[in-house]
Design a protein around this ligand. Structure first.
Ligand SMILES: [Zn+2]
Length: 494
């Protein structure tokens, strides 16, 4: 029996049999392989109910099935446990007894169990889920999770024979983990073919919204949700099966209300919360307040660390400068930028001199890996790589690419990363905004403050474009440094 039939046969909701009526898009969500599934949803799109229905059914029909639910905040974990899961189990038509019924732990007589945990994005270390061996992990409100908690959460199913993952969230910003996983997914959109022949993927923009309901974006004829089907717009062989569920395809959705929100909400709020899109419209991605929060009393300079990482943004042309950033993780969730320096003027043009300076920094900072941009510096990179090898360090090159269809790709053969420029900045900005990056006293750092505050973002769906009214080399060298350290210490899996 298919899972979508099974949940309706077994479960009840609000005193009536649980029903998926009017939700044709949910059949595939239930019935596809459960190994890596992502639901990218608008608010109030029943994502927690769906997760709870799958969890409750699996716990009921399988002996000793273990579910781990992780969400950023305690309140959400409680709500899921009390308001979603318990009612399903208590009223199920397959009688079983809850022998333990706590908010954070439930055990059934058939030895199935449920754990609820929270992983706050700001906590120094959230270890509460570590060591919980489970068969099915549900990560909710993914847009607010820290990406470096995800590998640890996934460890919890490493010994299971099921290894189910269901990650859900509301559209977040470009730098959030839900964006990364979405780009790595099949990116399925509920697509309705109009009588005029036009294919309408619903909720990727505002073009199908009218006061009267869904309309074709081309001929403006009315569309019916039940005429839709899932179409994968990402790679069909992607690791993750990704479904986008905007509010627009829910049964009984009030389009008058949707149109009011369209007027009333900011574009970002409407796109993220109603349409469930990854959307970024922050004019100034990093504000002075965010910078002030990250600033420490430490003077800009190399610190005594066990190991550091170095990012370089070359500037080998007239009037440009080379920026070098040294940083390291001082705790699992805190990255310290220790030193940002620039070489400019005549000095920047003397390649031998620049390389000698870099080698000096590398040895003082005990840096094993250096990530340098590819740009105009490939010849310089070859020279630097040779000199680095002499001191037992390695050069990796960063080739900036425009595409956002993947986040980054490591090419072992060339020892280089292909990194979308905006993604690299978004990743760095997200770290600053989440308070995960410490900066030296900014009046001791050349250029950085002015450069980062002069960066503006152009709004975009599923993408963002950064522009700068001045130079941005110290920001780039720092973004490269943070990316390299995160990658090398296994903090970015997605
Ligand atoms: Zn049409």
């Amino acid at each position: 029996m298919r899972l979508s039939d099974l949940v309706q046969k077994l479960l009840s909701l609000d005193g009536a049999p649980f029903s998926l009526k009017g939700r044709p898009y949910l059949a595939a969500v239930y019935n596809t392989l459960p190994h890596r599934k992502l639901l990218k949803c608008g608010r109030q799109t029943e994502k927690s109910t769906t997760a709870a229905a799958i969890a409750a059914t699996a716990m009921l029909i399988q002996q000793g099935f273990r579910v781990l639910y992780v969400t950023p905040y305690d309140m959400q974990a409680r709500q899921f446990s009390i308001d979603r899961l318990s009612p399903f189990i208590n009223t199920a038509r397959l009688k079983t007894e809850l022998i333990v019924d706590n908010v954070k732990l439930k055990k059934l007589k058939n030895d199935s169990s449920f754990y609820a945990r929270c992983a706050p994005p700001t906590a120094a270390n959230s270890e509460s889920f570590r060591g919980i061996s489970s068969d099915f992990i549900i990560v909710d409100e993914l847009q607010n999770m820290r990406s470096d908690d995800l590998p640890a959460i996934e460890q919890c199913i490493s010994r299971s024979k099921y290894k189910w993952r269901l990650f859900c969230g509301t559209g977040g910003t470009y730098g959030s983990p839900i964006a990364s996983i979405w780009y790595d997914s099949t990116q399925c959109e509920w697509t309705i073919k109009c009588k005029c022949g036009h294919e309408n993927p619903i909720g990727i923009d505002e073009s199908n919204i009218s006061e009267e309901g869904l309309i074709c974006s081309k001929c403006h004829n009315k569309l019916r949700v039940e005429d839709g089907r899932w179409v994968a717009y990402g790679r069909p062989d992607a690791l993750w099966l990704g479904f986008h569920i905007p509010q627009l395809i829910l049964p009984n959705v009030d389009f008058h209300e949707i149109c009011i929100w369209q007027q009333k909400y900011s574009k970002a709020k409407f796109y993220q919360e109603v349409l469930g899109l990854i959307y970024e419209d922050i004019e100034q991605p990093i504000s002075p307040a965010v910078l002030a929060k990250c600033e420490t009393d430490r003077v800009n300079g190399i610190q005594s660390r066990e190991q550091s990482f170095i990012g370089i943004d070359w500037g080998m042309e007239y009037r440009s400068r080379t920026a070098i950033t040294v940083g390291t993780f001082i705790s699992p969730s805190k990255f310290s930028i220790d030193y940002i320096m620039t070489i400019e003027g005549e000095d920047a043009l003397d390649i031998d001199k620049v390389i000698s300076q870099v080698i000096h920094i590398v040895t003082s900072a005990r840096a094993k890996y250096v990530l340098a941009d590819f740009g105009v510096g490939h010849q310089v990179n070859l020279m630097l790589a040779k000199r680095l090898a002499d001191v037992g360090s390695y050069l990796i090159e960063a080739l900036f690419v425009g595409s956002h269809s993947y986040r980054y790709k490591y090419e072992n053969k060339y020892r280089r990363f292909q990194i979308p420029r905006s993604w690299c900045l978004s990743f760095f900005f997200a770290g600053l905004r989440q308070g995960r990056i410490e900066l030296p006293r900014l009046d001791t750092v050349p250029y950085f403050k002015d450069e980062i505050l002069s960066i503006t973002a152009k709004e975009g769906v599923d993408s963002v474009k950064y522009e700068s009214s001045t130079t941005d080399d110290t920001v780039f060298s720092s973004a490269l440094c943070y990316f390299l350290a995160s990658y090398m210490t296994g903090k970015i899996v997605y």
